[in-house]
Design a protein around this ligand. Structure first.
Ligand code: HEC
Ligand code: HEC
Ligand code: HEC
Ligand code: HEC
Ligand code: HEC
Length: 739
């Protein structure tokens, strides 16, 4: 019985130790020798204290703390320093204070926190806004964060984020996410190429639990002075850059370390404590003797891809790649492209494929050639890209292609143009050309090819695309090396490929190939309304476009039950819908387009100043549901829908008005509306009262209401609300000439 109990408690203990063990992404993914041990050494920073000649062991630097007081809350710092892995399980920062008695540990952590809090001033910040949280949630699950971090439905094998809500404010986290390499130059947390608003949305999502601001923390000068001395005493600057150089004592060199002692033992002492899992400890012990190991350039490449966790998104030579349980978070805009339209490309042989300059642009600055992927190639910065590019170029080679260059007399650029066009190999059926496309498939733009690709690779790839990507839909045009176009350049396949290259190499000077320009499919409206139920910009698949006679048009969102946009002039261009171009959306023609806010148009507010509810990403049938529409004798629809069980009939009719047409809208409620029901007429940065119950929305639209509306501020913007009382609401939308 005793034995059983002991085993039981031992299991719990091991469980606890494992939960706190440092999480090192690459090690979890490709935990095999010699990479496993080496990756642990670099990621846990062993050689920051135990000197080593081994470049592969170069330790990951810790975050730059020079402005940490502006970024991180002081109370969080105190808790984190007293027990790093207790507060953020899985962190790679060791517990440097673990050997101190508890009271002294708290005391040292407190002084350190006071010192760090003097480094930079916190800036004022707002709490997370519901709409921003929703946008952030979408971004987080689509741009690539989930390659390394856990999605909302938690997945093991994820880089921990810790208790962000007590650590950051929306403003400080957004500033970090916008430029993570400034603070964490190691590149382990790469730069996701975020716009400022995207960074704010992501920060709002990550801090969605934050209901009150983290408490203010005012550093005490005398504690701070003591903390500064302790920072040097505990060798924090071994991993965190600081002005003070690292003093003595000189610690045991890496090659002299004894595996059962110090940081690798179970003992507590004047060394950092790493709550290692048993297999991590074993891998570290095994690698102690490898200080003088010579790594081949190919191994160095593999090691770097593991340390920087490129393998979270890319596979190379069969290693890494997006794991099955994260596939759903990698999406694209063009279903016709299959997996190539959603997963990051392979890195097998990429050094022979891409020119050094482009390879550097991609890894350092996230240069992109595949606009149809939702995942972004992050930026890792020049310092991280430089050595990797040189090694990839050295390691990856491809036997030279044999071909005869086409001389001027063979008019290579003219021939190349014919081959690319619809009367030749029709490359434009699948590739865009300067962002224009002729076919349903929109693979990489042909204009990026010669800028990015090595000429040799271009030839070898076109010879046999399936050798490079077995499942590709890119056809081989020269089966068995023979060209089907026997009368072009004598049917010589090498010369035909060279002509393609010479044509594409002209870049901006290359004239468009035949077959590229398609007649646009303009839908015209005559004396009856025209309805198109398809995807519209900003709505998704459940859009309904209505063009009214006289040149006024609207799009209605039959998912959120709202007017989505209004515009005057031409109705839509529909080649995107029927020829599968663009995002498969209708393209709005005309002028003066005004967009209305996403999210529900009706809501019950307990107080008139209550925040408007967030759009429900997947509205449940119970809350809102579309009941279809009925048409009048001029084909004008009356939209019918339920909002929280409450029925609405929504009808628009055009009123001709000397070239500035207007729409009248009637919202009819068959049953009495619930108390506190409001209709959100518009949201815009500019909403100005003009006359009685009349408001100018932006620059070109005036709305006249059947009752008094209220304008209220929401962040930088304004909202116009109309209480929904009585049996119906009437609105008029007038377009005015712009000043
Ligand atoms: C912040 C500095 C620091 C870091 C980082 C650090 N150590 Fe240590 N380590 C020490 C100190 C201090 C000692 C005790 C003095 C000594 O042995 O030089 C020590 C001792 C050791 C010893 C025992 C030395 C002996 O043979 O008696 C081993 C083994 C060891 N460390 C391994 C590691 C490993 C593995 C890592 C990375 C996971 C690591 N250390 C990270 C500071 C550090
Ligand atoms: C290639 C893997 C990778 C990707 C992709 C990635 N991260 Fe990270 N992230 C990391 C690692 C590793 C760390 C810890 C870095 C360190 O130890 O210095 C980190 C740290 C962070 C932190 C800091 C946590 C703290 O305790 O302060 C935040 C916040 C964060 N990531 C958010 C994001 C967001 C949002 C995205 C998407 C835009 C993203 N990450 C994409 C690997 C990644
Ligand atoms: C072996 C290297 C190492 C040592 C020694 C070390 N740190 Fe760290 N520290 C790190 C790493 C790595 C992180 C990032 C951890 C994470 O995000 O999970 C970190 C994070 C931090 C942070 C959070 C910074 C931010 O912007 O999120 C603070 C503050 C900090 N360390 C302070 C200290 C202090 C004070 C000491 C000395 C008592 C110390 N560190 C010793 C490696 C180290
Ligand atoms: C979050 C996922 C993610 C991570 C992590 C990532 N990449 Fe990428 N990478 C992508 C995506 C997506 C693309 C395609 C970008 C495009 O062309 O628009 C890409 C493209 C590339 C390309 C261009 C390949 C080609 O054939 O055009 C190279 C090279 C590359 N990545 C290298 C790396 C390296 C090296 C690392 C690690 C330092 C890395 N990537 C980490 C997502 C990622
Ligand atoms: C049936 C559709 C289709 C046609 C026709 C087609 N391609 Fe492709 N091509 C693709 C797809 C899809 C890819 C992306 C393949 C991948 O990622 O594996 C591709 C990839 C390529 C690449 C490699 C680009 C890179 O950076 O990875 C080159 C070069 C290329 N095509 C050139 C051409 C040329 C030149 C023609 C005409 C002679 C042509 N393609 C015709 C579908 C097509």
């Amino acid at each position: 019985m005793k034995g059983v109990l002991r085993a039981f408690f031992a299991t719990i203990l091991i469980g606890l130790v494992h939960a706190q063990a440092p999480f090192v992404a690459g090690w979890e993914r490709v935990g095999r020798e010699p990479f496993a041990g080496a990756v642990l050494v670099s990621e846990l920073g062993c050689t920051a204290c135990h000197v080593s000649e081994q470049k592969a062991f170069l330790s990951k630097p810790g975050p730059d703390l020079s402005e940490v007081g502006a970024r991180v809350n002081g109370a969080h710092l105190r808790r984190f320093l007293a027990s790093p892995s207790g507060v953020k399980p899985g962190t790679t920062m060791p517990d440097v204070l673990a050997h101190l008695p508890e009271a002294q540990r708290e005391d040292v952590a407190n002084a350190l926190a006071h010192y760090l809090a003097t480094l930079g001033r916190p800036k004022p910040s707002e709490l997370p806004q519901p709409e921003a949280v929703e946008r952030g949630r979408k971004l987080y699950h689509s741009v690539g964060c989930v390659a390394c971090h856990s999605p909302e439905k938690s997945l093991s094998g994820s880089v921990p984020l810790g208790p962000l809500a007590e650590k950051y404010t929306v403003a400080s986290l957004a500033a970090f996410l916008e430029r993570p390499l400034d603070i964490r130059p190691s590149g382990r947390m790469p730069d996701g190429q975020l716009e400022r608003t995207e960074a704010t949305d992501l920060a709002s999502y990550l801090l969605r639990e934050q209901k009150t601001p983290p408490p203010a923390f005012s550093p005490d000068p005398s504690l701070a002075a003591r903390g500064k001395a302790l920072f040097a005493e505990y060798r924090c600057q071994a991993c965190h850059r600081a002005e003070a150089p690292l003093g003595s004592p000189v610690l045991t060199a890496f090659s002299k370390l004894r595996g059962g002692e110090g940081c690798l033992s179970d003992q507590r002492g004047a060394w950092p404590h790493y709550p290692l899992a048993e297999n991590q400890r074993a891998a570290l012990r095994a690698v102690l003797s490898e200080d003088a190991r010579l790594w081949t350039p190919a191994e160095e490449v593999q090691l770097t891809l593991t340390q920087l966790n490129c393998v979270a998104c890319h596979q190379r030579d069969g290693l890494g790649g997006v794991p099955a349980d994260r596939h759903e978070y990698f999406t694209g805009k063009d279903e016709n492209l299959g997996d190539q339209g959603r997963l990051p490309p392979t890195l097998t042989g990429v050094g022979a494929k891409l020119k050094a300059r482009w390879l550097h642009e991609v890894i350092a600055n996230g240069a992109s050639a595949r606009p149809y992927l939702n995942t972004r190639m992050p930026k890792f910065g020049s310092a991280n890209a430089g050595p990797l590019v040189a090694r990839l170029k050295a390691v990856d080679t491809l036997p030279p292609a044999v071909f005869t260059r086409v001389g001027e007399s063979g008019r290579p650029r003219q021939v190349g143009r014919d081959l690319v066009g619809s009367k030749g190999f029709n490359c434009i059926a699948c590739h865009t050309f300067r962002e224009k496309s002729a076919g349903a498939i929109q693979a990489l733009d042909l204009m990026t090819m010669t800028e990015r690709l090595e000429e040799n690779w271009f030839h070898r790839y076109l010879e046999q695309p399936e050798r490079f990507s077995p499942l590709t839909i890119m056809p081989g045009f020269w089966p068995d090396g023979k060209s089907p176009l026997t009368n072009v350049l004598g049917g010589d396949s090498g010369q035909q490929r060279d002509a393609l290259w010479q044509y594409l190499e002209q870049g901006p000077d290359a004239s468009e190939p035949a077959g590229l320009v398609l007649e646009p499919l303009v839908i015209t409206v005559k004396d009856e309304a025209v309805i198109i139920r398809r995807a519209f910009p900003g709505i998704g698949k459940r859009g309904i476009g209505v063009g009214y006679p006289g040149g006024i048009n609207l799009s209605f969102d039959a998912e959120q039950m709202r007017l989505a946009s209004l515009w005057t002039g031409g109705f839509i261009e529909a080649s995107g819908i029927w020829r599968g171009q663009g995002a498969g959306e209708a393209r709005i023609l005309g002028r003066d387009a005004v967009k209305f806010p996403s999210g529900p148009a009706f809501a019950v507010l307990a107080q008139p100043d209550q925040v408007w509810p967030v759009p429900d990403p997947t509205p449940r049938p119970r809350t809102v549901s579309f009941q279809g529409y009925i048409l009048d004798d001029r084909q004008r629809p009356t939209f019918r829908y339920l909002v929280d069980g409450f029925a609405v009939e929504d009808f628009f009719v055009e009123r001709p008005n000397a070239g500035r047409p207007r729409l009248e809208r009637t919202l009819r409620f068959p049953q009495a509306p619930p108390a506190g029901l409001y209709f959100r007429v518009a949201a815009n940065t500019s909403i100005e009262p003009r006359g009685v119950n009349e408001f100018a929305i932006g620059r070109s639209l005036v709305v006249r209401l059947s009752g008094p509306g209220t304008v209220r501020g929401v962040g930088d913007a304004k909202e116009l609300l109309l209480p929904a009382t009585g049996g119906e609401l009437k609105l008029e939308y007038h377009f005015i000439a712009q000043p």
